[in-house]
Design a protein around this ligand. Structure first.
Ligand code: PAF
Length: 278
């Protein structure tokens, strides 16, 4: 069966009425191998795979890249078809937000106002609101999110748990280019020189993890500061490079806790994020 592209909620609901185990891949389009890997992960566990493509204005700040975010629907549909996606839901703004979205999902500030949420105020309200709405529309049995957006995955997992949504959330490992750069729709903004520099973000996270293993938690503050300075010296503008515990993204204080190193920094006009569990 060729892939179907549906633009309205009513048509989508009709198309999904008889599907017992829908697998869902929410995206904003401009897809890369990382997105296609998410489809590959959920495909075997689903009677029908739906990907959504919607650039969600609610999660962009006033000075962010909403207007220039690439809209590449025809190529995205072909790519999704090549990995076995059955249906693309691509609503326009008036379909998803016919009136101003006054009802919103506010994730708890201790999770949503740190790290990404600190530097992108309102980001996780926008993400949680659209994902909750898409879940209501698609009503999937399972949904998959990339681990590159580590905090986003945590926000969504907690939303599903606290709201008792009957959806299993799967995590897709980060897909990387051969030189280590995490694939991202925003990598396309990088100039050739910036693209050559970009893998340094992952290299620095690996270096931070090695140092924490060698020097212990007492050295974390110094390791974070030195990593930030090293990146700045290479011409980046770091938002954060930090070591957090995986459980709740707070500062670690007990030896042996599972940790994650997280980074966000601007290279030229492009903001990149990455992380590394260790
Ligand atoms: O990760 C993304 O692409 C977006 O934040 C998501 C989950 C599709 C919500 O707009």
């Amino acid at each position: 069966m060729p892939i179907r592209v549906i633009h309205t909620i009513a048509e989508l609901r009709a198309a999904l009425a008889a599907s017992p185990a829908v697998g869902f891949v929410p995206t904003m389009g401009n897809l890369h191998q990382g997105h296609l890997d998410l489809v590959r992960i959920i495909r075997p566990q689903s009677s029908l795979v739906v990907a959504s493509i919607f650039v969600n204005r609610l999660q962009f700040g006033p000075h962010e890249d909403f207007d220039r975010y690439p809209r590449t629907l025809p190529g995205d549909v072909d790519a999704l078809e090549s990995v076995g996606c059955d249906l693309v839901f691509a609503p326009d703004e008036p379909e998803l937000y016919p009136v101003t979205q006054g009802y919103k999902v506010h994730p708890p500030p201790e999770l949503a106002d740190i790290l990404e949420g600190h530097f992108r105020p309102g980001f996780f309200v926008g993400v949680a609101t659209v994902v909750h709405k898409l879940f209501n529309i698609v009503q999937p049995r399972r949904a998959v999110f990339g681990q590159k957006d580590y905090q986003q995955l945590m926000v969504i997992r907690q939303m599903v748990r606290q709201m008792a949504l009957p959806i299993e959330i799967l995590a897709g490992p980060i897909t990387r280019a051969a030189d280590g750069l995490a694939l991202s729709s925003r990598n396309g903004y990088l100039s050739a020189a910036e693209r050559a520099e970009a893998p340094q973000l992952q290299a620095l996270l690996q270096h931070m993890a090695q140092r924490v293993r060698a020097e212990g938690l007492g050295a974390v503050v110094a390791i974070e500061a030195e990593a930030s300075a090293a990146l700045a010296a290479r011409g980046w503008v770091p938002d954060y490079l930090c070591i957090r515990r995986r459980e709740d993204l707070q500062r670690p204080d007990q030896p042996g806790e599972p940790l994650v190193a997280l980074a966000a920094a601007k290279l030229g006009a492009t903001r990149l994020i990455d992380n590394l569990e260790f």
